[in-house]
Ligand binder design. Sequence first.
Ligand code: FES
Ligand code: FE2
Length: 436
Amino acid sequence: MLSREENNMLTQTGKGTPMGELFRRFWLPALLSEEIPSADCPPVRVKLLGESLIAFRDSNGTPGLVDAYCPHRGAPLFFGRNEECGIRCVYHGWKFDVDGNCVDLPNSPEGETYKDKVRVKAYPCFDAAGMVFAYLGPQDPPPPPPGFDWMDLPDDRTYVRKYHLRCNYMQAMEGDYDPSHGAFLHMTRDRAMPGTIQDASPALGALFGDQRFMRMSFIFDETDFGMRQISLTPESGGTTMALVNNYFFPTFTSAGIAGPGVYCSNMRIPIDDESCYMYRFRWSYEPFTEHQRNQDRFGGFTYPEQIPGSFMAVENKDNDYNVDRLLQKNFSYTGIKSFPIQDLALVEDQWGPRADRSREHLVRTDESMIRVRQRMLKAARELQEGQEPAGPNNPKAFRTHSVRTSLPSDLTNAEIMERMKELSVGPTYGPGVHAV
Ligand code: FES
Ligand SMILES: [Fe+2]
């Protein structure tokens, strides 16, 4: 259980808040690259950590992320003209480049000199793996991008879609560190039940009566990237199943392995304190096969259908996620069809959109989630006291991924940790750490 004060610290990410400042030390996905698909395309509105911004792509194809409002008299730059390497406010014609410089101030005789004194707030950006990453923090020049394996992969090995969630980022993320929920929320009577995740990906979800999580134990290791977590489950042949499920600052999870050679990462990025985007990301060291495309990308189970023109799932809070009570009586625990929508239905309303964790009653199987909270609060407090997190300037620390393997059951925790660390480093692609 957290105190009210700790809960506020964990869930508030506006500018100047302790967690908001921690978030601003890291590169974050601000939008999908395809939202600004080409040079000089229309600008789009972006709300990120409570800040109202405009994203555009200049004539060179460089992404830009600037204040939503013009510094002259506060007109919305959303209506701006994106032309000749800059966004031009249509109220009086002031123009800004992706770095925030005023490059034209045409409505006044002193414009030629005064423009050098005017700037619009602008955040550095780059494209990687289908996303535009932005840095909202104080370091100038910004820190190098995190060295995730997937940052440099070719397009045929990554896939991402984003979803609009109507809840605080933290309750959306905590589900990835909640080992017992899968054996309830995601449970069906029959793996072959049509229209369920078990039907599409038998390795996922659980059957009624599956109690593996009760025998699970954990090893935790605090790192510069966040926290390495290894879950250990005894297996019937005298071995132990070990699974690495990392937490990466500030809010990236390595959500296990979706299938042979396909890794998952979920990123919950605050829009404000009561809503977030979830970037649902899959990657592989090999090009995706047609089979993987069908199951993991377009099957509707891991990527639920969205309302056209929005990032909102078709099955959402407004229609009670299309819960089917007959299905619930006879086949599935929830009566909600797809895996992510099952999660969505529960996390969007935990005492409301921003849960008050001082009201919780936690148990032993909540340990993994508790550790993540503690890691985040510790880093936020350290930053408040002037100690910068080490991760942003140690990008190589992020070059590690999920692993699942069987190990002899007589290994010590230190030996398990060493073995899993070695297995968590994969082949690298491209120039190494992505260059801005
Ligand atoms: S308000 Fe933008 S140019 Fe005047
Ligand atoms: Fe879940």
